[in-house]
Design a protein around this ligand. Sequence first.
Ligand SMILES: N[C@@H](CCC(=O)N[C@@H](CS)C(=O)NCC(=O)O)C(=O)O
Length: 112
Amino acid sequence: MANSTARKWRPAPAASRLTVHHELKVPFEVIEVDMNGQHRTPEYMKFQSFSQIPYIDDSGFILYETRAICRYLAANYSASGLIPTEPKTNALFEQATSVELTHFDLSTCKAG
Ligand SMILES: N[C@@H](CCC(=O)N[C@@H](CS)C(=O)NCC(=O)O)C(=O)O
């Protein structure tokens, strides 16, 4: 599966990114970000243009947006089909991800 190169990951309070890493057994390193302003520095914004957490640095491949990160990890590191391909099962998966985005994402960030 994955190579053993360390991945740097700036986490949001939401657990979804950690859950996918854990589920796929992809090794990662959590980098703490001081939310009192570190995420608004030019140095940070080179990697996340919108001053938000999280982004990943996967051996130099920079990616932000939580769901894009989760899908990338699933596509790149999963041999077990974390995202279903059968049309009806996939539709239910997409339904669940839409519900998560539209009904829970903002509250999860506020709770963090
Ligand atoms: N659409 C983004 C949203 C990320 C987001 O809203 N992150 C919050 C923390 S949960 C953040 O970085 N907020 C910056 C701030 O509060 O200044 C994603 O899914 O990654």
